[in-house]
Design a protein around this ligand. Structure first.
Ligand SMILES: [Zn+2]
Length: 360
């Protein structure tokens, strides 16, 4: 830890600590010792390891460096508490950023891997105190390819945040999109800069930050397909890949059978099903879109369905930790409406055209 209490009951940073002074842990009040790591990162450690539940010992150099860098970053503009003792929940996030408006922001700098359950517990604990949580990821995350699921776990306002101590690099990733049979795509930006300050100010997330951060092409085809020949190529590639999956027996038999009973073949699914690029889905885009096409087929031509009833059937196809599914659903309906398949009115959807499966 970076902070301890001295004999006059004041908080003291490890890098300003005095070797002859006695220090105690702010949480359990037991004695701690001053240490200088290999790379001279001063920190405190419990004299006796056991017994302090609110703080994990054995912070790595990276973790200490990152915490310090993040502290300096936020302390320029905000009141920041380092390693706050939150005794109600026995948790000590790395930092607590006091925002002039909106809720306070707990910052966790995560270097090691963390299980889904433990992450959920940490989030729930902090949220129960009315805090928002921002996870900043360390080098181990920065340097590897993150799965869609893992990405969803750490998103804040549609962004991933990174800090790499060796390079003193602040970085964010955003505008995630996922084309089937391609790796995850995103844009990145160096520095938290204006992004985080507008977030940290507690300004209107949805209006300003939201649009800027996540409002960009969620379901968009421009990045993928810029000309007709590109579109033809793309569809051919997707259909071939999908056929290969079938041949390899990697598509669920019940889905294929379900289609067969309705006179459809998976490899003949409508082109529209192959054009999805939505990020946040736990299934491929083609699967998600196919389900939607089949649901609309069941509603029937010139029949209405409540938008909510349709959405209720589709939410299960997103990662549980993904927050923006309503945006994706809306964008997908809008795309269908623009293609003349459905007509949106208030909270209802009218089916005006059934998407055709392609012929041999
Ligand atoms: Zn302690």
């Amino acid at each position: 830890m970076l902070l301890a209490i001295n004999s006059s009951n004041q908080y003291c940073f490890a890098n300003l600590a005095n070797r002859s002074e006695n220090y105690r842990c702010p949480a359990c009040k037991k004695p701690v010792v001053l240490r200088h790591g290999q790379q001279n990162v001063a920190h405190f450690a419990h004299q006796v390891q056991a017994g302090c539940h609110s703080f994990t010992e054995g912070e790595t150099i990276d973790h200490l460096l990152g915490k310090m860098a993040l502290y300096r970053y936020f302390a320029k503009d905000y009141q920041v508490v380092v390693e706050p003792v939150l005794s109600q929940i026995s948790q000590r996030p790395d930092l607590l950023v006091k925002r002039p408006r909106g809720t306070d922001l707990a910052i966790e700098y995560q270097c090691s891997s963390i299980g889904r359950k433990r992450l959920q517990e940490r989030n729930q604990g902090l949220e129960s105190l009315g805090l928002e949580v921002l996870w900043v990821l360390g080098p181990a995350y920065y340097h590897r390819r993150l799965s869609g699921e893992l990405t969803c776990r750490f998103l804040y306002c549609g962004r991933l945040f990174f800090y790499v101590p060796k390079q003193k690099r602040f970085d964010t990733r955003f505008n995630f999109s996922k084309t089937d049979f391609h790796k995850l795509q995103y844009e990145s930006q160096t520095g938290f800069g204006a992004v985080l300050s507008s977030v940290a100010n507690g300004t209107d997330n949805d209006e300003r930050v939201g649009r800027q951060l996540t409002g960009q092409p969620i379901v968009n085809q421009t990045r993928l397909v810029s000309s007709t020949s590109d579109l033809v190529q793309h569809l051919l590639y997707q259909r071939t890949k999908l056929t290969l999956l079938m041949v390899q027996g990697r598509v669920k038999v019940d889905l294929i059978n379900y289609l067969y009973e309705r006179g459809h073949r998976l490899d003949q699914l409508p082109d529209w099903c192959l054009l999805g690029q939505a990020f946040g889905l736990a299934v491929p885009n083609w699967h998600f879109r196919l389900v939607l096409v089949l649901l609309l087929e069941r509603v029937g031509l010139n029949h209405w369905i409540f938008e909510e009833r349709l959405s209720a059937r589709l939410r299960q196809y997103f990662y549980p930790s993904f927050q923006d599914h309503e945006k994706i659903l809306k964008a997908t309906y809008a795309d269908l409406a623009a293609s003349g398949v459905i007509c949106l009115q208030d909270n209802k959807i009218l089916v005006i055209k059934l998407l055709q499966f392609v012929a041999d």
